[in-house]
Design a protein around this ligand. Structure first.
Ligand code: NAD
Length: 509
């Protein structure tokens, strides 16, 4: 039994935990509990929203945009100074390799604060001089004010990255936030509360409530009448539930939801670049990135070669302890999520898929044959010192052929390290196959034909369409999805549009 607590943060203070309402923080690497999380009840959520509302009329409301931008820069600097604490917290919650947490999660948190420091001070405020009869005029100008109390609800896959992607612009625009991190990954949101307080953010402008969704902190928060808008990243099903909850109160929502992303590879592609890019896009973060590729459409002449090379790459991934430098892949986030992913592994087999590699649960401890010799499937197993990891939520990186767009593993989001490889013959067929989905988040096209790259990228019904790359992001560009993948866009000025309200002032001259 651990005596470490992960606390809520309300009104500028960490709240004393309540033994009666708590749940375990579990390390996905070995299934062990490393802390207890204080679950916020409706009363604590109410206190958090009230603290946020009070901040909107307190000293925070009088900060200039330039002062807020300075604060965001100080926060970026402070996260860098305390980077190893953030890395350790993120790794404890997610089990991802330390190098990955450093390179992606913490680095992007820093970039989020720096980027929005530069953007929030330059928000466009349009004005028009209106001609009226008899030579009179009216001056119309629009002023921006903060949206108000913003509920920020985020998932577990990139916890700090996704949290700061919303918190940085929200604070930059002068809002007060109540954040509800995922119950699976509570640590970094509370650590961020410490950093924001150290950097001088007034009490109540950033609050954290821990807990679950339905019947817990998530639902209490979105239901609260003191919330002015909801920004949510998570599954499409939860997005739909939140939309129903807020419908009666007509509040703005920004939804970044699930994906079932396609890659299209033409026979003129640079195959070294493509295989490296696809490997990352299928298996990064153990497939637990909303942008990950789960459908790979391959031009028939190169199908076999790309399939073989992807199989070799999948077998080269090394599961293991996050701290070990040789580890390249972590576990899934939870036992429940592993059950879900494995149900798709079974569904693929039942649909008659050919399992090119993977398809099950690896043996981590012991599979790491000390001499590095491969197992019967050609894998070299985990890294040295992995004893005790069999309690974690591991699955094998998996590739299938023989499935079609009609099969469930090709239609539904798996959110694990798995993809179906499907052949095509013509450009039109590839576009039709890629767009044959209810989702519309991201896609990638791989070709050396410049015209074809632009043409196909523009025909993809998605929010983000990459050519010869994947997950390359300029934080000023619009980010979001179509269909089941979301509502609205965040990023750069698009975030400013969501986190502010415009009032048109009209003065007759
Ligand atoms: P989830 O929808 O189960 O949970 C997300 C958050 O919502 C959690 O904090 C959860 O506690 C909360 N929640 C659940 N039910 C709620 C309710 N009724 N009211 C209020 N809050 C509620 O998602 P997850 O399993 O944590 O994350 C994985 C999903 O997130 C995947 O579908 C993935 O594609 C998606 N995602 C999307 C993006 C994007 O930018 N589009 C980025 C990352 C993840």
């Amino acid at each position: 039994m651990t005596d470490r607590w992960i606390r809520n943060a309300v009104g500028g203070r960490l709240v004393d935990p309540d033994e009666r309402r708590s749940f375990p923080a579990v390390d996905p690497v070995d299934g062990r509990t490393f802390a207890r999380v204080h679950e916020a009840d409706a009363d604590l959520v109410d206190r958090a929203v009230s603290a946020a509302r009070a901040a909107l009329t307190g000293p925070w409301s009088r900060w200039s945009a330039a002062a807020r931008a300075d604060l965001l820069r100080r926060v970026a600097d402070r996260i860098e100074q305390r980077a190893e604490e953030f890395v350790a917290a993120e790794v404890a919650d997610t089990g991802k390799p330390v190098a990955e947490a450093r390179r992606l999660d913490v680095a992007r948190a820093v970039a989020n604060f720096r980027t929005f420091a530069g953007i929030a001070t330059h928000a466009e405020q349009p004005s028009f001089l209106t001609e009226l009869p008899e030579g009179r005029q009216a001056l119309n100008y629009a002023v921006r004010s903060p949206l108000g109390v913003v509920a920020v609800i985020v998932p577990w896959n990139l916890p700090l990255l996704l949290l700061t992607w919303k918190v940085a612009p929200a604070l930059g625009c002068g809002n007060a936030v109540v954040v509800k991190p995922s119950e699976e990954t509570p640590s970094t949101a509370t650590l961020l509360a410490e950093v924001l307080a150290e950097c001088g953010l007034p009490a109540g402008a950033y609050n954290v409530v821990h807990g679950f969704g339905t019947g817990s902190a998530g639902e209490f928060l979105v239901r609260h009448r003191g919330v002015d808008g909801v920004t949510f990243t998570g599954s499409s099903a939860t997005g739909s539930a939140i939309m129903r909850t807020v419908a009666g109160q007509v509040r703005p929502v920004s939804f970044e939801l699930g994906g079932k992303n396609a890659a299209v590879v033409f026979d003129d592609a640079d195959l070294d670049l493509t295989v490296a890019g696809l490997t990352r896009s299928i298996f990064a973060n153990t497939g637990q990135v909303c942008l990950c590729t789960e459908r790979v459409y391959l031009h028939r002449p190169i199908f076999d070669e790309v399939a073989q090379r992807l199989v070799a790459a999948a077998r080269g991934l090394r599961p293991g302890r996050p701290q070990h430098p040789a580890t390249t892949t972590g576990p899934l986030i939870s036992a429940g999520h592993r059950d879900k992913v494995l149900s798709y592994y079974r569904a693929a087999a039942e649909a008659g898929a050919t399992v090119l590699t993977g398809g099950g649960v690896p043996t981590i401890a012991g599979a790491a044959a000390a001499d590095g010799s491969p197992d019967s499937d050609g894998r070299t197993g985990g890294v040295d010192g992995d004893a005790g990891l069999d309690g974690g939520w591991w699955v094998e990186p998996t590739l299938w052929s023989g499935l079609t767009n009609a099969d469930r593993p090709v239609r539904e989001e798996i959110f694990g390290p798995a993809a179906a490889l499907i052949p095509f013959d013509t450009e039109d067929e590839a576009v039709a196959l890629a767009n044959d989905t209810e989702y519309g988040l991201a896609s990638s096209v791989w070709t050396t034909n410049l015209g074809r790259g632009h043409r196909v990228a523009q025909r993809m019904r998605v929010g983000v369409s990459w050519v010869n790359t994947w997950f390359l992001r300029d934080l000023r560009s619009p980010f979001g999805g179509r269909g089941l993948s979301g509502i609205g866009r965040e990023g750069g000025d698009f975030s400013v549009d969501f986190y502010t309200e415009l009032t048109n002032v009209c003065v007759q001259i």
